[in-house]
Design a protein around this ligand. Sequence first.
Ligand SMILES: [Fe+2]
Length: 157
Amino acid sequence: MKPNIDLSDKSLKGVINILSDILANQHVLYLKTRKFHWNVYGESFMEFHLLFEGQYKELEESIDEVAERIGKLGGDTIGTMEEFLKRATLKESPGKYPKSKEMAAELLKDHESCIAGLRKSIEECDDKYEDAGTADFLTNMLQQHETTAWKLRRYFK
Ligand SMILES: [Fe+2]
């Protein structure tokens, strides 16, 4: 049954599309963070191993919230690697096993790119689709990325 929440079909469709793009990027970032958790090495091995573990666990929770929000708005939630990769703007780095600080730098870049993307999405949800709920939801997500980006940035002067 379609949700009757004072949002037009066009708005629902637009917002579901935005959330699906975000879900795709989150999967790329989740998997990259997990790969780094598995492959980090060197003097600060355990610090980065645990840091990345905390980050992928946060992303996992966030992924579930986005996926279920698509359902709340009446959409089908995409759930295949093929669909995620088609939509994602973040890039994977197959075959690459960088040093711990390079891992941190790459994750920082991706989180910052998520923040920039979310800023646009929030504006679109607010102005174009008049969906205050999703705009607020994405604002919280942006703040979470800001916190992670800040923690990663502290490794660099
Ligand atoms: Fe583990």
